[in-house]
Design a protein around this ligand. Sequence first.
Ligand code: HEM
Length: 403
Amino acid sequence: MLRHLMALFLLVLPLSLAAQDAGAPEPGAVPAIDRSATGGAQTLEDILRRQKGLPVDDTFRRGNLGAPPPGVPQLGTLGGASDPDLWRALRYNEAEMTVSNAQPGGAVLIQDGGIWWLEFRRGPLATYGGWLLLGTLGLLALFFVLRGRIRIEGGKTGRTVTRFRFIERFAHWMMGGAFILLALTGLMTLFGRKYFIDWFGLEFNAQLLIVSKLIHNNVAWAFMLGLVMVFVMWVWHNLPDRTDLTWFAQAGGIFGKKHPPAKKFNAGQKLIFWSVILLGGSISVSGLSLLFPFQLPLFDATFQVLNGWGVNDWFGMRPFPTGLSPQEEMQFAQLWHAIVSFGLMAVILAHIYIGSLGMEGAYDAMGSGEVDEAWAEQHHSIWYEKVKAREAEAGGAEAHPAE
Ligand code: HEM
């Protein structure tokens, strides 16, 4: 059951990451390669296939660990093994050795499967992720120039209604504050080596990243707690309904003077809510897997489920890799964590814009919790009517908090 949930969690987002590792689009068997010309060592064809990310049958190296052929006595103190034999044995986890780390991955001293991860992390991940954030900021700036601030028509009335109770604002700011810290420290971890070393020097970067990691790993708990609180308090108001269709049909009233009717949350806000819950949830789960790689491996089980469903066939890919070492688990978890985080950061930039600069009167909802009646009527008319009706029922007594 847990496996299926994990698979679903990961499936809500594009499968590009897994496609990267499965890397090679060419499914099918590994061709037999004639190695007689090299005396059994690797050939140019082996190297080219590996460079293209195609599968290579490497049993010729795996098995070549220096053991003397049967019936031949050992030579010298090291037996028949040379240094390259020993390194090959280490690389394929065949060397006899003792390590003090008792964890399953502790005895993996060389992990050559990490190169594609390293290159993906410092290449496409950093490049596209960085451009996504800059592009989002650019689009928001352009939108601000073209549309300007969304004003309260006719100005404020001076009368207010309660929109969010203290506990709701507390949960929002705990989650939001934590997310901003996590985003900043996460970005420093990804980009520090590339930029900060040149700008501020090695020592500064090292100290900065030590502090970043400390903040990142600890503040994550506040984010997760806030996420759960927000989910419990607001999920009811974020279930899709017919008013959302009208909202979409009128593009949220963003470009004209029309204000589509809305309940407590309009369709745009529902999209933000579900992005935060699903993407934030997926970031949390993959983050926990990074914190506890030996106890919470995610991807092996998920890939098995996806292969079982035949998801790789839908995209014409080879099966997703299974039998992952803890190190490989972490590589997948790190990339997934970062890719989904970039997506959520872009969404949140747009959210911060509309909740502050972009719309007059919006910030009060999360600031004091009280919004102007004109704002409430224009942006959440159905909700506003309900609050007023309740107030009238209660005989004009104190306004009821936003339900
Ligand atoms: C400086 C940063 C932020 C500002 C100024 C801000 C502002 C606001 C405001 C004004 C609202 C209420 C909107 C209404 O009355 O209808 C709101 C709601 C919300 N905020 Fe934030 N927020 C910030 C950061 C965040 C972050 C980092 C997250 C999540 C990681 C987040 C998630 C949400 C969610 C899920 C809602 C409810 C749905 C919505 O209104 O879109 N906020 N925020």
